[in-house]
Design a protein around this ligand. Structure first.
Ligand code: FAS
Ligand code: PHB
Length: 402
């Protein structure tokens, strides 16, 4: 077994791992990333599209915001189409100036990968058999295999940035984990196409036929979503079927502007709310999707990963620069406060904007719940105070002071 050593072992080269690695490197804190997949595979996954201001600032701090400033689009608002009636939420006016950036997670990941390569930091792609050892000792380590060679990576701390299906959360003994979960009885069928968007800003559509979202990646590349039953398979949906259904769910004037084209990516994502508490065990920290999942309705998944990264990188810096040797002990408590705000907002947006039959409750309760949600949506679309509450959470709650 070949021995290696670093300060921070990072498991996973998604946005969490790459952003953490870049911020730590900027602070002179040595780190190594161990990743299961190839960089090409990671870049082939189409995911988030909306960046909160906090993430935009972090990318600037990491020195990887050049292309985003050129190619990203700042959005001052978004729309909700309620049974065809369009309501614009002017987030910039309602939040005294906050905006969001429309720039795909794929491009964020690409920029971070290139930055990591340019500083010569070590990333072991296509690694397997990753195992976390002795996180509750003062000398934790990680073992893994790469090209048939077994490695032992000695480190001070381990950051689990390996997503929902990774190994790090499972490395915390079950009896120590308090997990919270809500699985939604529908999924999102996503389609990416090189066609112009139907509007300049995002349109979230609540219709009797189900939810739809019209998003984008640029002025020539669109990203659309349709709520579909969990029983649907992506092969059940031809491109033509997708476009025809989307046209029925978009508000009329947007539907009339719809330009269809061949899908360059099409996939179904299940929707889940999930939180693992605590988000640390000894010298092992859970970051991003490894610790929590949100339904994408609130555009929070990637942005929550960013606030975890911001918290952990600052606490590690305080630990290493001697300012506060035990600062990292506060990570989970600080991170969870913002996590739960985003979890609730994403749950709330999902319930307000999707029509579905919840088989976990009886028919009358389900009917009553739909009325509650209809009234909730009315308050947040037709009253200034309601719009303000939605806008403040859509742009993202402030990061905790560290
Ligand atoms: P990631 O899952 O992105 O990255 C984890 C990395 O760890 C992966 O590269 C994986 O290969 C690696 N890994 C896993 N197990 C490993 C092991 N044993 N050893 C080594 N490496 C391992 N968020 C939004 O805000 N808006 C959206 O529209 C949206 N759409 C989404 C659609 C899908 C299908 C999914 C799954 C998520 C979506 N999300 C969305 C959420 C998504 O953007 C995540 O929040 C974001 O990818 C989180 O980043 P990471 O925490 O880095 O986890
Ligand atoms: C996307 O563009 O992929 C996107 C945008 C906003 C969301 C979800 C997904 O809420």
């Amino acid at each position: 077994m070949q021995s290696l050593k670093t300060k921070i072992a990072i498991i996973g080269a998604g946005p969490s791992g790459l952003l953490l690695g870049q911020l730590l490197a900027k602070k002179g804190i040595d780190n190594v990333i161990i990743e299961r997949a190839s960089s090409e595979y990671i870049l082939g996954r189409i995911r988030a599209g909306i960046l909160e201001q906090g993430l935009v600032s972090l990318l600037a701090e990491a020195g990887v915001d050049e292309r985003m400033k050129k190619e990203g689009h700042i959005h001052d608002g978004f729309e909700i189409a309620h049974y065809g009636k369009r309501h614009r939420i002017d987030i910039k006016a309602l939040t005294n100036g906050s905006t969001v950036m429309c720039y795909g997670q794929t491009e964020v990941t690409r920029d971070l990968m290139q930055a990591r390569q340019s500083i010569g930091a070590t990333t072991y792609y296509e690694s397997s058999d990753v195992v976390i050892h002795e996180q509750n000792s003062n000398s934790p380590f990680v073992t893994f295999t790469k090209n048939g060679i077994e490695y032992k990576l000695d480190c001070d701390y381990i950051a689990g940035c390996d997503g929902f299906h990774g190994v790090t959360r499972q490395s915390i003994p079950k009896e120590k984990r308090n997990e919270f979960e809500r699985i939604y009885p529908f999924g999102w069928l996503g389609l990416l196409s090189d066609t112009p968007p139907v509007a300049d800003e995002l349109i979230y559509c609540k219709t009797k036929r189900g939810f739809a979202l019209a998003s984008m990646r640029s002025s020539t590349r669109s990203r659309y979503y349709l709520q579909v039953p969990l029983t649907d398979k992506v092969e059940d949906w031809s491109d033509d079927a997708f476009w025809a259904e989307l046209k029925k769910r978009l508000p009329e004037d947007a539907a009339n502007r719809l330009i269809s084209g061949p899908s360059i990516e099409k996939s179904i994502a299940p929707l889940r709310s999930f939180v693992c508490e605590p988000m640390q065990d000894g010298r092992l920290f859970l970051v991003g999707d490894a610790a929590h999942i949100v339904p994408p309705t609130g555009a929070k998944g990637l942005n929550l990963a960013a606030s975890d990264v911001s918290t952990l990188s600052k606490l590690l810096n305080k630990t290493y620069n001697g300012e506060e040797p035990n600062a990292v002990l506060k990570y989970s408590e600080i991170a969870l406060k913002r996590v739960w705000h985003a979890e609730r907002f994403s749950w709330w947006m999902s319930n307000m904007l999707h029509e579905y039959d919840d088989n976990n409750i009886n028919e009358n309760e389900a009917k009553t719940f739909k009325r509650f949600m209809a009234s909730d949506l009315d308050f947040h679309l037709n009253y200034e105070e309601g719009k303000k509450v939605m806008a403040i959470q859509y742009v993202g709650m402030p990061y905790e002071k560290i």
